[in-house]
Write a protein that binds this ligand. Structure first.
Ligand SMILES: Nc1nc2c(ncn2[C@@H]2O[C@H](COP(=O)(O)OP(=O)(O)OP(=O)(O)O)[C@@H](O)[C@H]2O)c(=O)[nH]1
Ligand SMILES: [Mg+2]
Length: 197
């Protein structure tokens, strides 16, 4: 008797976005391998895959670490299209990188055409609080305007590193489950429609 093929663990696709040097690769490598990379080597594009247990269920997370440097801006659309969720990273020590998140957000919304795409605003390098250039209140205000969570991280100390990845994949996963139930349940008959007497 032929067995039904069993589906593997769900795969969730996360994209790291943000200006050059804010710590996208450092966050990714800390999450993947529990190590902090001191050297700055600008990324072109790197992808990673990891199995994790999310609320008791095994899932796979696919991380695309994109280039922040402007030289690579033209290829971003293609990368963004494949994303199911985004970590939009800036450095709390660099106001320009905070201002740039506005453009990243706009580009993501344009490419995905979905206002409620899973998305976290991430203020990285929070271990360098004494060099902070972006007030916490400004970060929180922007996140509130976008209706997204704001979390501060440090790829150096590992603070909130797991949190941002897990919160994002939880959001991606619950949206997928919601869509599946929407498909299974036919729309309820419209209570306003006419009845034949
Ligand atoms: N103190 C501190 N340094 C960090 C942190 N995250 C990253 N860095 C440092 O900042 C520099 C840039 O980090 P990357 O992760 O390479 O930056 P990126 O965003 O990937 O840059 P691109 O690949 O050019 O887009 C490196 O020297 C890192 O060691 C952090 O949380 N705290
Ligand atoms: Mg990088």
């Amino acid at each position: 008797m032929s067995k039904k093929p069993t589906a593997g663990p769900a795969l969730h696709k996360v994209i790291m976005v943000g200006s050059g040097g804010v710590g996208k690769s450092a966050l990714t490598l800390q999450f993947m391998y529990d190590e902090f990379v001191e050297d700055y080597e600008p990324t072109k594009a790197d992808s990673y895959r990891k199995k994790v247990v999310l609320d008791g269920e095994e899932v796979q997370i696919d991380i695309l670490d994109t280039a922040g440097q402007e030289d690579y801006a033209a290829i971003r659309d293609n990368y963004f299209r494949s994303g199911e969720g985004f970590l939009c990273v800036f450095s709390i020590t660099d106001d320009e990188s905070f201002q740039a998140t506005q453009e990243f957000r706009e580009q993501i919304l344009r490419v995905k055409n979905d206002e409620s795409i899973p998305f976290l605003l991430v203020g990285n390098k929070c271990d360098l609080n004494d060099k902070r250039k972006v007030p916490l209140s400004e970060c929180q205000l922007r996140a509130q305007q976008w209706a997204v969570p704001y979390v501060e991280t440090s790829a150096k100390t590992r603070e909130n590193v797991d949190k941002v990845f897990y919160d994002l994949i939880r959001d991606i996963s619950s949206r997928k489950k919601q869509r599946q139930t929407d498909v299974k349940q036919p729309p309820k008959p419209n209570s306003h429609c006419c009845q034949l007497l």
